[in-house]
Ligand binder design. Structure first.
Ligand SMILES: *Cc1c(COP(=O)(O)O)cnc(C)c1O
Length: 397
């Protein structure tokens, strides 16, 4: 097998430099543990940004994929396949909604939600086509497409990519008064992440989401929850909006839905909203393919059967309490919910990440000063204890 150095050199030589990965090569994975080509072990504390809630190579997910590989892998939507209906019904039953639309990546699902909201605004709310406005939040992360970076406030994500798509307004994350002031008769939707993962695990003020939802209801504006990172147990609830006890009009899912095996995403809402699509108005060749559906169906079954939300809640509380015991005046905040945890420093966090990785704990800083810990939900208490020892040493003054 090629060495880590060979792999890194080759990748850097031929890859566009749109990423700057940490120098660890995944050659195999099992649960929370990954190994590099040299056989060194690491705790995966990023879980591919929550896509690996089940850990690497969950045996039932791998079996579901293997079984499906022997049946059929792709139908396109020109025809039906025997698993898509079951997949959509399961998503609807988990969310209490009546319709779902399958795509592949999170960004595609966000795009789909934006198109849904604009068309709903025109067809149902009666906003003139071309006048629809969607309100988004400062420091949002919803993906990388042109529409999505058009609503981004991150200069690095936008520079040199203009012209941008009009029709977006930005309000401060968690600021209800700004949201209220931004809504007008052309507003069709308000889009937010229940916790801003990429922005550094930022939670809105308690009660904000529900109040924002009620405000949207009163103004006939759709509330869209981007649960691509927070959905499916990560934050200690099946969906992060449940923390405030309301149901958004539109859910956006991705990442964990594919069990860390297949890319699959979806938009879920009721008929009065997703009903705006007509044949030919939207689609995806691979969206809802039977291989991804087989894995996603198994993933949703495991989430409920093994009570992943409870696992994330208990282990998250334990992990966070242990992190809070670490004494270093440069740590200014330890925050999060469930197993989506951020440790914020008052200085560049990269040197701490380097020490973590050297000790065998994989994590990455986001926005320079915050280190995100989001291990697979299957992590055991013993594994947390082991990792904490490494983290303690790395974070020591
Ligand atoms: C990762 C992410 C996306 C984009 O998903 P991709 O599969 O990378 O396109 C969108 N929204 C949120 C909140 C995310 O964390």
């Amino acid at each position: 097998m090629a060495s880590s150095k060979q792999v890194i050199d080759q990748t850097e030589k031929f890859s566009a430099h749109n990423y700057k990965p940490k120098e660890v090569v995944f050659a195999s994975g099992d649960g929370v543990i990954v190994k590099n080509p040299e056989g060194e072990k690491f705790f995966d504390m990023l879980s591919a940004y929550s896509a690996l809630n089940f850990g690497h190579k969950h045996p039932e997910l791998i079996q579901a994929a293997k079984d499906q590989l022997d049946n059929v892998t792709l139908s396109s939507r020109a025809f039906y396949n025997n698993l898509l209906g079951e997949f959509l019904e399961k998503l609807c039953s988990m969310t209490g909604k009546t319709k779902a639309l399958p795509m592949n990546t999170g960004a595609e699902a966000v795009e789909t939600a934006l198109k849904t909201a604009r068309r709903w605004g025109n067809f149902v709310k009666g906003v003139e086509d071309g006048k629809q406005e969607i309100i988004v939040c400062s420091d949002n992360f919803h993906g990388r497409t042109l529409a999505i970076i058009s609503m981004s406030t991150d200069p690095v994500a936008r520079k040199g990519f203009g012209p941008f798509l009009p029709g977006f307004k930005v309000v401060e994350y968690g600021n209800l008064a700004e949201l209220e002031a931004a809504i007008n008769e052309n507003t069709v939707a308000f889009l937010m992440e229940p916790i801003q993962g990429e922005a550094g695990v930022k939670c809105p003020p308690a009660g904000f989401m529900k109040k924002a939802y009620e405000l949207c209801k009163s103004k006939n504006v759709l509330f869209i929850a981007d649960e691509v990172q927070t959905g499916f147990a990560r934050t200690g609830d099946m969906f992060a909006v449940q923390h405030e006890g309301f149901e958004p009009d539109i859910y956006i899912f991705g990442k964990a839905l594919g069990g860390g095996v297949m890319p699959i995403s979806a938009v879920v809402a009721n008929e009065d909203i997703l009903g705006v699509f007509t044949p030919g108005s939207h689609g995806s060749t691979f969206g809802g393919n039977p291989l991804a559906c087989a894995v996603a169906l198994k993933a949703m079954e495991i989430l409920q059967r093994d009570n992943y939300p409870q696992m994330a809640k208990e282990k998250g509380e334990y992990f966070m309490s242990k992190l809070r015991e670490i004494k270093n005046p440069k740590i200014v905040d330890v925050r999060g919910r469930g197993l989506l945890i951020g440790v914020e420093f008052n200085c560049d966090a990269a040197p701490y990440v380097k020490k973590l990785i050297a000790g065998g704990v994989l994590a990455k800083e986001t926005h320079e000063t915050t280190i995100r810990f989001a291990p697979p939900v299957v992590i055991t208490k013993e594994q947390i204890d082991e990792a904490i020892e490494v983290i303690k040493k790395a974070f020591a003054e």
